[in-house]
Design a protein around this ligand. Sequence first.
Ligand SMILES: NC(=O)c1ccc[n+]([C@@H]2O[C@H](COP(=O)([O-])OP(=O)(O)OC[C@H]3O[C@@H](n4cnc5c(N)ncnc54)[C@H](O)[C@@H]3O)[C@@H](O)[C@H]2O)c1
Ligand SMILES: [Zn+2]
Length: 405
Amino acid sequence: MARFTLPRDLYHGKGALEALKSLQGKRAMICVGGGSMKKFGFLDRAVQYLKEAGMEVELFEGIEPDPSVETVMKGAEAMLRFEPDWIVAMGGGSPIDAAKAMWIKYEYPECTFEDMCKVFGIPTLRRKAHFCAIPSTSGTATEVTAFSIITDYSKGIKYPIADFEITPDVAIVDPDLAETMPKKLVAHTGMDAMTHAVEAYVSTANCDYTDPLALHAIKMIQNNLVVSYSGDMDARAKMHNAQCLAGMAFSNALLGIVHSMAHKTGAAFADYGAHIIHGAANAMYLPKVIAFNAKDETAKKRYGVIADEMGLGGANDEEKVALLIAYLRKMSDELNIPHCIKNYGADSYPCEQGFVPEEVFLARLPEIAKNAIADACTGSNPRQPSQEEMEKLLLACYYDREIDF
Ligand SMILES: NC(=O)c1ccc[n+]([C@@H]2O[C@H](COP(=O)([O-])OP(=O)(O)OC[C@H]3O[C@@H](n4cnc5c(N)ncnc54)[C@H](O)[C@@H]3O)[C@@H](O)[C@H]2O)c1
Ligand SMILES: [Zn+2]
């Protein structure tokens, strides 16, 4: 038996934020990030709508990008004091993910972070609160997914929390919120969405319910991401929907080792002054992983279908896989994302010598590879890498090497 779970309600289209007026409850806690929602007026509007719905509103502000375990614990304490029956999370993937983890801790104060990380091990939620998510970036689709990514900075590792219990009750996908994204954020979050759709389509957990969502998302991203990056707001609105469709696919079909590697490299070099931003990591690793996975016959055929849907040509599956890889690399060029960690600057742009020194990467490689294999996303990848293969893959992602294994 398989399960397919999505939010009960999804409001979309320009002005959909107003749907907050329809929530029924007594107290809403709004969780937001560092200030973009406030600066552009969306936070004030959300507070106003919830007050119109007759709710008392409290804010939990300042959730940092790639949220920490400590932030989750602080937010849960604020919830235990205020006792909301609605948690409304607004912003990028970071504040929404943090709010999901806070929700677990709020409902089960005795639950530790280790408990939360047991895959599909979350106890029944909604005894205290329901959850509404409003994305302002077009990538993670956390507004419809069963996932939350929290970083343990003492270990330098991102941990995925995975359970349909944390799939939000209500998602509000309003393209107005995505209009204020700076270009770099459009690029990174857009390639995150592309990776979600491609990984979901070739995942071993794919099914008839997830395939059409993944394929349609891929075509929409192909047609709209670069145009959105160059400032077209109609394409930006399309991308907001496309990333959400990709999320519906991967929340139910799961992901693969592009995400395992991105999770385990993202914060691994934070002591050198930067993160490898999630979407940029995915954009760099996806072409390598496609080449690696395509050694599996079923995966190769599925990449062929993706290439056909994208209209890339190719006489056989080998050619189609090569054309798909070339197309994705061209997209990265157009979005100013480097092809490998060696050329990944601290500002995320391509440069001759990136912020991760070669000797540091090589020293940490065995541990990162081990952690990536143990990541929750590895299980549904079409090809299971050995320690040696994962190290070779990561080396290819560092030096931009061809995959011949
Ligand atoms: N839960 C999931 O299923 C899932 C999937 C993929 C990634 N993630 C996680 O999500 C996080 C990344 O989320 P993200 O890419 O959405 O970015 P983010 O939430 O980390 O935000 C990045 C920056 O963009 C700003 N920002 C957000 N929206 C804006 C807007 N509309 N206008 C201007 N500035 C804006 C934020 O203030 C922040 O400084 C990572 O931790 C990643 O691991 C989660
Ligand atoms: Zn992702």
